[in-house]
Design a binder for this molecule. Structure first.
Ligand code: GLU
Length: 443
């Protein structure tokens, strides 16, 4: 069986990390099985769907490297949904209802008041032709419900394990609104059949849709796919993600300069039994992907963990990988290798570039000592061995060692308490600047 999956966002807003995780796991499931990954834009809600969100979703997925094999838009397939609706009507599985939202709400309240589950009572099935004619004459437009079989629906969820719902405990879902537009359920199933989807991978918020959808697959003569419902991510302290990251869309996260593989590495492993470690490619993540690693606990998305992974990735990145992103004219491999172990963010490299190559006010604690050290600096050319040879001679001349030797030199040369190893920085700073700084002059 070739695995075929789809990520199916509605273009009614920006993607957040929870969506990115669903998209990523779809892609990894496809790649692990040598299959296909479809991006399906669920844009049947014409009022709320926006082309700019459809664009933004594609930009975000491209940034993550989640390339899709096929793009489908539901708005282009309305004819297929109408045809499926006709088949369901002909089979007696789709029926017209005339209740207004207020009437339904009142009925719900009465049911709840009597301690009954607020399941739709199928009153519309008992309407006489006269009653229907009266509603039509009033100008009421019907909405259409799918008639569920009142039987147990079972599926073996890839994440949740054996799952079941009884049709009698569920309301017959509305598939078509009074204005003739389709709700999500029918188009989704029609497309899953049409595109031969083998695994529906999505958030746990869709679990209750699954039994009606399985019945829809069957009513349309198709075999239901496998389902995987992922527990929704929360923030580090358990708060709902959309609240915490309300503005923290993927687009905003991208703007922070986070590397996409840091995010992919985290999102692929959250909620699994695998350790969360940096991986350099989606292929590496796909090779480790397996449903039996996923648990049912609520995974926590912690931005500190993301930053740790991002830093890890940056500390091993080659100069070629970062050259364009550094945005520093003249920066070379020597500089990058010197500063990369100390960076928290790529943007911090610019500060070290300035320290190495631009004027800086040195911090002098003991002018006699630093002047003496300046006098001992060897002639250029300098390399990584210069620092050791020079500080050895300063040690011999002054009798200082350890922190008393190194700390004042670091402060004078860089103006900072901490930073990259001085043996790598010293050749970048160069003799002229080093002499001036050790002598207390800005240089
Ligand atoms: N458009 C639906 C959503 O965004 C898709 C759900 C599904 O994957 O079936 O929630």
């Amino acid at each position: 069986m070739t695995v075929i999956v789809r990520f199916a966002p509605s273009p009614t807003g920006l993607l957040h990390v929870g969506n990115a995780r669903v998209a990523l796991l779809n892609l990894l499931c496809a790649r692990a099985g040598g299959g296909r990954f479809i991006l399906r834009l669920d844009d049947t809600d014409l009022e709320r769907s926006r082309p700019e969100f459809a664009e933004a979703i594609q930009d975000d997925l491209k940034w993550l490297g989640l390339d899709w094999d096929l793009l489908a838009r539901q708005s282009a397939r309305l004819g297929a949904y109408a045809a499926a609706a006709e088949r369901l009507k002909a089979a007696g599985r789709l029926y017209a209802c005339y209740e207004t939202p207020d009437e339904l709400e009142l009925r719900r309240k009465v049911q709840l008041g009597r301690g009954l589950p607020p399941v739709y009572d199928r009153a519309a099935l008992k309407l006489t032709p006269d009653e229907v004619a009266r509603f039509e004459a009033e100008g009421r437009k019907p909405h259409w419900r799918f008639k569920l079989e009142h039987e147990e629906v079972r599926w073996d969820d890839c994440v949740r394990g054996p799952s079941h719902y009884h049709g009698a405990n569920l309301s017959d879902p509305v598939l078509i609104r009074g204005d003739g537009s389709f709700l999500y359920t029918l188009p989704s199933v029609v497309d899953d059949i049409e595109f031969g989807i083998t695994h529906v991978i999505r958030g746990e918020d869709h679990v209750t849709n699954t039994a009606p959808q399985i019945q829809l697959f069957q009513a349309l003569g198709a075999k239901p796919p496998a389902f995987a419902h992922l527990p929704l991510l929360t923030g580090a302290s358990g708060e709902g993600l959309s609240k915490r990251l309300g503005s923290g869309s993927l687009k905003d996260l991208r703007a922070t300069g986070i590397h996409p593989m840091a995010l992919n590495s985290l999102l692929a492993k959250l909620g699994t039994s695998d350790a969360i470690e940096i991986r350099h490619s989606l292929a590496d993540l796909a090779a480790e992907f397996a449903w039996n690693k996923f648990g049912r606990g609520t995974p926590k998305f912690d931005s500190a963990e993301l930053e740790r992974l991002d830093a890890r990735l940056m500390h091993t990145a080659s100069f070629a990988e970062v050259r364009d992103k550094l945005g520093i004219d003249g920066a070379d491999e020597e500089f990058w290798l010197a500063v990369r172990p100390n960076l928290n963010h790529l943007a911090d490299a610019a500060e070290w570039w300035a320290i190495c190559r631009q004027a800086l006010a040195p911090v002098i604690e003991d002018a006699d000592f630093t002047n003496a050290a300046a006098g001992l600096l060897p002639p250029e050319p300098w390399d990584q061995s210069t620092w050791g040879a020079w500080t050895e001679s300063v040690k011999q001349a002054t009798g200082r060692k350890g922190k008393a030797l190194f700390h004042p030199l670091r402060l004078a040369l860089t103006g900072r308490e901490n930073g990259p190893e001085l043996k790598t920085l010293l050749p970048l700073i160069g003799r002229g600047r080093a002499v001036s700084r050790l002598s207390g002059q800005a240089a």
